[in-house]
Design a protein around this ligand. Structure first.
Ligand code: BTN
Length: 245
């Protein structure tokens, strides 16, 4: 279904995720992809902007959740893996890494961001999966170093359209994998994770914690081993790798 869901391209939109939210609120709940050449109010995680110049991929997918809202915690991990799969199809030799919860990075520079939002219309739960991939340009919009597929050696004419087609197939496959259980997704995610086993500082700005990144919990939280030996689970906020101290 997701693999064959229609793609609607816009020349310009405020935000592909906002466009889908308007549709979902009107009751249009069939899976559909909205992609745009440019966004004028692109949104990132934690209320940040997502600078959206022509040449990059900006796309959102509306996805009804048959299993209810609890299935939403699996979606960011399946999506991170799918974006990684799609990028590997462009650059098979590149070591794309997933940074909790779902940034895609290469050599600690951000290549793609994912924003998953959930909601309900009547009795149907849905998620809107918003994905931005730096295909041709690496905007300075993330508070961290950024990089594009072209910077990494993809042909300069690499288009958002071809990345989207690879992504559509990959996401359909990863969401199917997530439906059959979170174990397989978490195993694959962990094999591609950045910083697993290392010291990190993580959490919301007002409650940062230092600890060793030990894994991901069943509901998608980041498991930290604190210096006093206790376990703490981070469920929101940013993560900084602080190396192996
Ligand atoms: C992040 O902060 O890392 C998440 C960035 C998500 C950006 C994408 S671009 C397509 C979709 N529309 C938006 O407004 N945001 C997401």
């Amino acid at each position: 279904m997701i693999g064959s869901a229609p793609i609607h391209w816009f020349e310009q939109v405020d935000s592909t995720s906002e466009e889908l939210k308007r549709r979902a609120r009107r009751g249009a709940l069939e899976p559909v992809w909205i992609a745009a050449r440019q966004q004028i109010a692109g949104r990132g995680r934690l209320g940040r902007n997502w600078v959206s110049p022509e040449g990059n991929l900006f796309v959102s997918l509306l996805c009804p959740l048959a299993e209810g809202v609890s299935a939403a915690t699996r979606v960011p991990f399946a999506t991170g893996l799918a974006v990684r799969d799609a990028c590997i199809s462009v650059l098979p030799e590149t070591d794309f890494r997933l940074k909790w919860p779902n940034d895609v990075r290469v050599d600690k520079a951000k290549l793609a961001g994912i924003l998953v939002e959930s909601g309900q219309t009547d009795s149907t739960f849905w998620v809107i999966i918003g994905i931005g991939v730096n295909v041709q340009v690496a905007p300075d919009n993330t508070g961290q170093a950024s990089i594009s597929l072209v910077d990494l050696g993809a042909p300069p004419e690499t288009s958002p359209d071809e990345v989207l087609l690879a992504l559509r197939t990959a996401l359909a496959r990863r969401l199917r994998q997530a439906e059959t259980g979170f174990d397989g997704v978490l195993r694959d995610w962990s094999m591609s994770a950045e910083g697993l086993g290392q010291m990190v500082e993580a959490g919301p700005a007002n409650a940062r914690q230092k600890g060793r990144f030990e894994g991901v919990s069943e509901d998608g939280g980041m498991i930290l081993r604190l210096p006093d030996g206790q376990t703490h689970i981070i469920r929101a906020g940013d993560v900084d790798l602080i190396g192996d101290v």
